[in-house]
Design a protein around this ligand. Structure first.
Ligand code: MYA
Length: 581
């Protein structure tokens, strides 16, 4: 996460400096032949399996699914997708993993969440930070589904503020084990899991000072002191298992610490950076279903002696659904390829993809209900369930609000450090000369020449031009905000939201540009007309959003909005009534 120098930054972090690292995003990644073949076979078997076994409507009514379904999934290898073959898994890279999650989500939301909680986050700590002994001991059982995993971070008083957890782990006098006590909330797979990734505060000594820091523990269940609360009843993904997990003086050997004492926060964030992409891929899978259903109805339903699909308002909806899903899909597989490279920070990209895809899905399933109208609202059809199932994606694995704040602040951190370096350099001219020169050169380059995109297809030159312009503007607005607010920028959420929205749109646009370039290069312009149209329409709409956000950085109604909110808090209710005025 270090931002000390622009040259070490990820694609999105670099954009905040006005730099376009096009070598990171061109050419658009193409899965290898072996991965494509394996994924193709798994996707086919998921579709077959789905028809026979998945009973979404029934499960949704009962708010439960049979545990045998999870066992059958495990037999198909679906519980060990990214685990190396030597530990009994399928050894898929992140791109292949995401494509399979996309397919599972298109089958059933509850099933996807169960499987996702197991391997996207449940035992991900082992894949990312586990030592050889831990991997050997647990991965074979987790890959085959003999053990099901759960990720235990959230607590009653700790949601978005993950570092504020209260669960404690005390080291025994002989230094051999920790005793964990605390309560975890809304844990997916809680009551069916045998492998719990638990985050707890431990005492550490840093520079001679005692501090409480987060540590990650593997807790096996059942075990003395571990219990699951009653199954929660939910709006959507109703058949998945969601429980509180209570830890009452649970003894955990020191060998079960993952990533080192005091490094648990980094472990949690590393896991979530992966998990957010599994979720984003799942959103793409469900959206594809909804688009298919909408097209089917648009083609079949007649009103006023015409197919409803012939009406402009329905065409606009279908086109928007297709266009936004194309952008979402482009972001997901661009970001998984950044993970597969193995040498890059992708934390912002993964958060941006999660926000974009979950909001794209929400809009898509909502418009699908609208197209199906009365039928869309009826339980007889799956569409109202898709809507309910989709809602959680904007909440879990980081609410879209906290992820917007993360995208904005994480991006501004680097320029902030350079600007404070610049301020220090002015006070200490000799010490800071290098910083001043470097920073000033970059600003001049941005303002006078812009940063060229050289790898986009010539047919998309105009679109590339927008991105060059907006990238420079992003860095300029970042600088203005940092100079205006300094460290207080952490508290300025109206501004953070605008910056995040611009960056998320920019990332989507860059991914689309790269993907359509690759499509033209592979198939020629004629065969790529639909994708070119999607790119042009997407850019046109995103342009309007970005321009609006840039404009609102200086002219906005923020103070009025704050006043209305604060006045409402004071009153405690909506104070108006036309009959009482
Ligand atoms: S699990 C629960 C999900 N919970 C969250 O996601 C919590 C959200 N909160 C946070 O992410 C953090 O607390 C935030 C930081 C971001 C607010 N990568 O001072 P800081 C570094 C790498 O900013 P804070 C669930 O829902 C940062 O640079 N590093 O920290 C499961 C700094 O480093 P340094 C990161 O203000 C549901 C340090 O940490 C990251 O406390 C089941 C401190 O940073 C990062 N991302 O808060 C799901 N963030 O010190 C199943 C921060 O070196 C789903 N840092 O400068 C399955 C899917 C199914 C598909 C369905 C389809 C339909």
């Amino acid at each position: 996460m270090s931002n000390s120098s622009a040259s070490q930054n990820s694609f999105l972090k670099s954009l905040f400096f006005g730099q376009i690292r096009e070598e990171y995003i061109f050419p658009y990644p193409k899965p290898g032949a072996e991965t494509s073949e394996t994924v193709g076979m798994i996707v086919d078997s998921i579709d077959k399996f789905g028809k026979d076994i998945v009973k979404s409507a029934e499960w949704d009514d009962l708010a439960a699914m049979p545990i045998e379904v999870v066992r059958q999934m495990a037999e198909m290898g679906l519980t060990g997708l990214a685990v190396k073959e030597e530990f009994g898994g399928l050894g898929l890279p992140q791109s292949g993993y995401a494509r399979v999650m996309q397919q599972i989500a298109s089958l059933d939301g509850s099933l996807a969440v169960t499987l996702g909680a197991h391997q996207s986050i449940g035992y991900k700590c082992l894949l990312l930070f586990g030592n050889d002994e831990q991997k050997k001991k647990y991965l074979p059982k987790l890959a085959t589904g003999e053990m099901i995993a759960a990720f235990c971070l959230t607590e009653p008083s700790s949601g978005s503020d993950a570092a504020s957890i209260q669960t404690r782990a005390e080291l025994s006098a002989d230094g051999k084990y920790y005793t964990l006590t605390g309560n975890k909330l809304w844990i997916t797979n809680g009551e069916i899991a045998q492998f719990l990734t638990v985050f707890a505060k431990t005492e550490v000594v840093e520079n001679g000072e005692k501090k409480d820091k987060v540590t990650c523990f593997i807790v096996e269940a059942p075990a003395e002191g571990v219990s699951a609360g009653a199954r929660e009843h939910k709006l959507g993904i109703r058949a998945s298992w969601t429980n509180a997990i209570h830890l009452d003086k649970v003894k955990v050997p020191v060998e079960n610490i993952v990533g080192g004492v005091g490094y648990g926060f980094k472990v949690a964030m590393g896991i979530l950076n992966h998990g957010r992409l599994g979720l984003a891929a799942g959103c793409v899978g469900v959206a594809k279903n909804a688009i298919k259903a909408s097209i089917e109805h648009a083609n079949e339903r007649e009103q006023f002696k015409k197919k409803i699909g012939d009406f402009g308002m329905i065409k606009e909806k279908i086109a928007r659904m297709v266009m936004n899903n194309y952008a979402a899909e482009s972001m997901v597989y661009m970001t998984t390829s950044l993970i597969d490279r193995g040498d890059m920070d992708y934390s912002m990209e993964s958060a941006a993809a999660k926000v974009f895809c979950s909001e794209m899905l929400w809009e898509t399933v909502d418009e699908n209900v609208q197209i199906w109208a009365g039928n869309g609202f009826m339980k007889e059809y799956p569409y109202e369930r898709w809507l309910r199932d989709a809602r959680i994606n904007r909440i879990f694995e980081g609410t879209n609000e906290i992820l917007r704040a993360f995208v904005a602040l994480s991006g501004m951190q680097g320029p902030g450090q350079e600007l404070s370096g610049l301020a220090k350099a002015i006070q200490h001219p000799l010490k800071g000369l290098g910083v001043v020169t470097d920073y000033a050169t970059r600003k001049v380059k941005q303002n006078v020449f812009g940063e060229a995109i050289t790898k986009a297809h010539p047919r998309l030159k105009k679109l590339a031009g927008f991105l060059e312009e907006y990238t420079v503007e992003l860095s300029q607005h970042t600088e203005t905000l940092l100079k205006r607010h300094g460290k207080e920028i952490h508290l300025k959420q109206f501004a953070q939201k605008r910056i995040a929205d611009v960056v998320i749109d920019l990332y989507a646009m860059y991914c689309v540009l790269s993907r359509v370039t690759a499509a033209i290069e592979a198939n020629g312009e004629e065969k790529t007309e639909m994708e070119i149209a999607i790119a042009e329409a997407f850019f046109s709409k995103a342009n309007r959003r970005i321009r609006g956000n840039f404009k609102a950085m200086s002219r906005n109604e923020d103070e009025l909005m704050k006043y209305i909110a604060e006045k409402s808090y004071e009153l405690g209710h909506y104070p108006f009534d036309v009959f009482k005025s």
